[in-house]
Design a protein around this ligand. Structure first.
Ligand code: 1CP
Length: 326
């Protein structure tokens, strides 16, 4: 459950009001924030407290993460000259705090609880770089793809290398599962996804395959893309609430496990409604070839932690035991 911490008073008090990139670069604090949802909810996996823009920030790219808004880039990328600002990311030198936080978190995790390392997929990271910040229409990034495919692919290749290096470093530090967030891929047509996003996404999964950890590919609003995403090289595909998991399985084919997909907003309803929707997710997911129960996107900050505890209990009691990840 991404951002599970945001619902927790202990998260708010440990996190304070400082900049998120500062919190992320403090390994003790980042490890503590990683562990809090596991302690409180007894979930089967922790997700490292970090952000998809950390590698960019770490190579000195001028960006901030604005509270309530998200990543904002001072000088957006628009031409081949801008690519020079994206030098290769060397995790051990540029962002040693990420590996350190992972090591500290792994030490404290109960046996059998996975640590999920993650990175942003090339398209989603590129959308921030080209748009300059969070976007609704994604007009500039789409225009760049179609007007200058050579620059686009060069940009995507660099971001693929960055994501692969970041994931590998997290695995070396103890992450037992990796997840690639292509959060905004759902704004692309299937043809554009295949032509402009899939190749670099495949590069990421190919690069990390020798590490032998299970890999998840997740995006929001990707219903029409699932058959294409199935070819990216991840063993697991995460989906939001817009596509029921039985239908997602039909679109993905028999070779992928699924992750998802309770609507986070449902968790604001009375418990009976949450339980009914959670049971529907479990029923539609079935068990083969694997289901990781999750919310379809991040936990909403106003969610009652008591509801999330009850949800974890319900899934543990009623979800049929499969092979644990990690
Ligand atoms: O200061 C804060 O606490 C602000 C909220 C916040 C948090 C808690 C941001 C800003 N990033 C994070 C941490 C974060 N980001 C984690 C750590 C684990 C956790 O807390 O659960 C993870 C996994 C991410 C990943 C991330 N960052 C994604 C992909 C996941 C998704 O939600 O689809 C994306 C798109 C981002 C960018 C980002 N960072 C922060 C915000 C508000 C955003 C989204 C902005 C936008 O809408 O474009």
């Amino acid at each position: 459950m991404r951002q599970a911490g945001r619902s927790l008073p202990e998260y708010r008090s440990a996190r304070g009001t400082g900049a998120i990139l500062d919190a992320i670069s403090d390994p003790e604090l980042a490890a503590e924030l990683t562990l809090q949802p596991v302690r409180r909810y007894g979930v089967d996996a922790a997700i490292l407290f970090s952000d998809i823009v950390v590698p960019l920030h770490a190579i000195g790219f001028d960006l901030t993460v604005e509270p309530g808004r998200g990543p904002v880039v001072a000088e957006p990328v628009s031409s081949s000259a801008d690519l020079a600002r994206l030098r290769p990311f060397v995790p051990e030198e540029d962002a040693p705090y990420v590996g350190r936080a992972a090591e500290l978190a792994v030490r404290e995790l109960p046996p059998g609880v996975a640590l999920i390392g993650f990175a942003g997929a090339p398209f989603t990271i590129a959308s921030y770089l080209v748009e300059g910040g969070p976007s609704r229409a994604f007009a500039r990034v789409k225009a760049l793809m179609h007007s200058d495919p050579v620059v686009w692919h060069a940009l995507a290749d660099r971001l693929a290398a960055m994501a692969a290096a970041s994931l590998a470093a997290q695995v070396h530090a103890g992450a037992t599962v990796v997840q690639l967030f292509d959060s905004w891929a759902g704004v692309l047509s299937p043809a554009d996804y295949e032509r402009f996003a899939l190749p670099a996404t495949r590069q990421v999964f190919e690069a990390i395959r020798p590490l032998g950890v299970p890999a998840v590919l997740f995006g929001v609003g990707t219903g029409e893309l699932l058959a294409t995403m199935a070819r990216a090289g991840a063993q697991v595909v995460g989906v939001d609430w817009r596509v029921p998991l039985d239908e997602a399985r039909r679109r993905l084919g028999p070779d992928h496990a699924v992750q998802g997909n309770l609507d986070p907003a449902v968790c604001l309803a009375p418990w009976e409604a949450v339980a009914a929707e959670a049971r529907d997710v479990l029923r539609r997911a079935g068990t083969s070839p694997g289901h990781i129960f999750n919310l379809g996107h991040g936990v909403l900050p106003q969610t009652d932690p008591g509801v999330l505890s009850a949800l974890v209990e319900l899934v543990h009691a009623e979800g049929r035991a499969g092979v644990p990840v990690g």
